[in-house]
Design a protein around this ligand. Structure first.
Ligand SMILES: Cc1cc2nc3c(=O)[nH]c(=O)nc-3n(C[C@H](O)[C@H](O)[C@H](O)COP(=O)(O)OP(=O)(O)OC[C@H]3O[C@@H](n4cnc5c(N)ncnc54)[C@H](O)[C@@H]3O)c2cc1C
Length: 302
């Protein structure tokens, strides 16, 4: 029997594991893929305090993981497939086995949103990617497009401009949502061409991406652009599939918590990008994780 089981090895989960293990609670964390979650897909992070120079997201994840392990947190690569959350003893089922704990911390984060085009599933991994830092190197000296207008899209376009011949940034509005400093860098970049007021209508190619049709939302004019890679950066969906119907979820699809990261089920806490909140960043995920562990400690002590 564990005191605390944490689901998700992103910054929220690792921070929860650090605080929980350091409070002497028997702590187990599950991660289904690789350390760091969305953070690990960021090449350079400039806004996590304590690092004067930009830090690679995956490197920071490994530091967080090692720090949690140093205090005794157990970390397993395994996917949680079901949970029983009611009652004083919780059950977590993974692909490999079943585990019990007194408290659960949900830190499953988010996954990239898809475009919703019929060709998308066929060409995923054959020119369509949701992670520029993971797949960008396959497109060295090629022409690619990034879809989106937020921080992630602009960061992706800048990153790809260092590898690729040319980068189109396709954005459905006439201004970007991204942070001003990123916009300044983008507008200076000669390799990036911004296509304003445009949405992607279709992806061309049978075996691999060859191009795309885009439509101007103001004029309805359709244009073909030849690209070999399309990087989708239009936001993320919370990974709440496992807990739908088990904890309270907001209309926007996020887990509802209070300021102590408590869900509506006693002994079940949620932290990071999976919960309803205003600002989803590494620092807020880490802060949430610390609070969730503190609340779990108080719950177990009562
Ligand atoms: C491209 C990109 C760039 C970004 N750049 C920055 C930046 O510069 N600065 C910044 O502060 N923020 C940045 N962010 C945002 C930041 O990465 C997120 O806010 C943060 O990672 C959220 O942390 P999290 O732990 O809540 O969730 P996540 O990072 O999403 O981690 C959740 C983890 O849970 C795991 N998981 C999910 N379901 C299960 C399951 N059933 N079983 C086991 N494991 C499971 C996932 O595999 C994942 O590893 C960026 C995000 C992206 C996508």
């Amino acid at each position: 029997m564990y005191d605390v089981i944490i689901i998700g090895g992103g910054p929220a989960g690792y921070s929860a594991a650090l605080y929980s293990a350091r409070a002497n609670l028997k702590t187990l964390l599950f991660e289904r893929l690789f350390s760091g979650g969305q953070m690990a897909t960021t090449e350079f992070m400039e806004n996590y305090p304590g690092f004067e120079e930009p830090i690679n997201g995956f490197d920071l994840a490994i530091k967080m993981e090692n720090q949690a392990r140093r205090f005794g947190a157990e970390i397993m690569i395994d996917e949680v497939i079901d949970m029983e959350l009611e009652g004083s003893v919780k059950t977590v089922k993974t692909l490999a086995a079943e585990y019990k704990s007194k408290a659960i911390i949900l830190a499953m984060g988010g996954s990239p949103k898809e475009l919703g085009l019929p060709e998308e599933s066929l060409l995923k991994g054959r020119g369509i990617s949701y992670c520029a830092t993971c797949d960008g190197s396959f497109y060295k000296d090629k022409t690619v497009a990034v879809i989106g207008g937020g921080d992630t899209a602009v960061e992706d376009a800048l990153y790809l401009s260092r590898l690729c011949k040319k980068v189109y940034l396709i954005h459905r509005r006439d201004s970007l949502r991204a942070t001003k400093s990123l916009q300044v860098e983008l507008f200076r970049n000669k390799k990036v061409e911004i296509v304003w007021d445009s949405v992607i209508k279709g992806i061309l190619g049978d075996q691999a991406v060859e191009g795309m049709n885009i439509a101007n939302v103001k004029t309805n004019e359709e244009t073909r652009i030849d690209v070999e890679g399309i990087f989708v950066a239009i936001g993320a969906n919370p990974n709440t599939g496992l807990v739908k119907g088990k904890v309270r979820i907001s209309d926007e699809g996020y887990i509802v918590t209070d300021e102590e990261m408590k869900t509506d089920i006693p002994g079940v806490f949620a932290c990071g990008d999976i919960r309803q909140k205003a600002f989803r960043q590494v620092i807020t995920a880490a802060a949430d994780g610390a609070i969730a562990a503190y609340s779990a400690e108080k719950h177990i002590g009562t």
